[in-house]
Design a protein around this ligand. Sequence first.
Ligand code: C2O
Ligand code: CU
Length: 469
Amino acid sequence: AGCNSHDMSAMNMGGETATAVTEGSFTTPLRLLDTASPSGPLSAKSTTEAIVAGKNARVLGYRDGMLGPTFRVTSGATVDLRFLNALTEETNIHWHGLLVPANMDGHPAQLVGAGQSFNYTFRLDQAATMAWYHPHPHGKTAKQAYMGLAGLFIVETPTEKALSLPSGAYELPLILQDKRLDASGSPQYNPSMNDVMLGYMGEIVTVNGVASPMHSVATRMYRLRLVNGSNGRLYNLALSTGAQFWVIGSDGGLLSAPEGVTSLLLAPGERADLLVDFSSVPVGTEVYLKSNTFSGGGAQGQQAFNLLKFVVSKAETETFRLPARLETVTPLAASVATKTRTFDIGIAMQAMQGMNMTGMHTINGKVFSMNRIDETVKLGDTEIWEFNNTQGDEPHPMHLHGAFFQVLSRTGGRNALTASEKGWKDTVLVMPGERVRIVVPFTKPGTFVFHCHNLEHGDDGMMGNYQVA
Ligand code: C2O
Ligand code: CU
């Protein structure tokens, strides 16, 4: 991690400061991420991108420019990507939200050295997901993702396609990130102790790699497919009009039915599939996708800011009807679980490198160890995992590789499930004081990691290995 010693004053959360967001002018057009099929070559390399118009930033990308293409397939498809690491350090790819064989999952022990190649080959035998992909080398994940290595990966089912949800120009895959830029407009990654505690936050929020973009829309329904690709920042998504929008999907595909909401908290690693209705908005109106304030996240929740400006600029008559049913999500009962495991997550004191005791981000008091198996699970079993965030006042979005789960309950804080928690999840937000119970069927054999998706926390050691056999 970026810090080799967290002193007690840094653990006094009251002293922490969150980076405030500065909005740009919302005049640069939104960059649309192109769609690709997951075959052929993909490389990680140094490249440039105009994060702020007119300034050429030095970034990392999975092609020319930040971020990668949006891979899109139907369930059952085969992925065959020859990945070249053209960076000067090791990396790998984790398919966050794809259920792949353990040796294809981008475990931090499966590295691709600088100048080396690796073939990511697997069949997608899962149902739907709105996945994404990013590097996973331990201690370097946060920096590499922050510098631009991330992309979306959409797996659809025939049921989903038959619903005729907004598509083509009316479907927008969006990656939310935040950056700190130097005078040349390039993102900087030098986490201080404060940054390791809170997550590295930027004062510029980018959508698809562009700061404060704008996008022209017609008077009709749009589908926004969002991934929170920020290292540590939470977004409490809302529309500047305060209008209702619909959550139709979560990490692991569509919900059973659309859920109307006026805000939705999206933590690092989580995805949200939304329908936004501009059909009765007068032409000429500006509507922002914004982040509202929220509680439980300390200083970072105290500021509201805009993310993306929609300009309603074209009248269109549309006959879209919100579907009453989407994809069936059959609830898993707690009673099917064979076992309950409890995880205390947060800061715990560690003896580090012969130095004084220091506070590190841990799971059950332990920092990550590459070859230590922390949990052993029987293949085919369904278990309850309980995350208990009582060791500090930081939000922890907990992510499992190799499995999807359903959220059973949340107590000690918000005491309710969010709209997107009515679907299949692979990442769940555990706010300070909260105890969240999930029910997980384990269907993939092998060793996988589970960790906090605040990437600074993960790199600091808030990660464990579980083995399914
Ligand atoms: Cu997107 Cu291990 O994470
Ligand atoms: Cu965390």
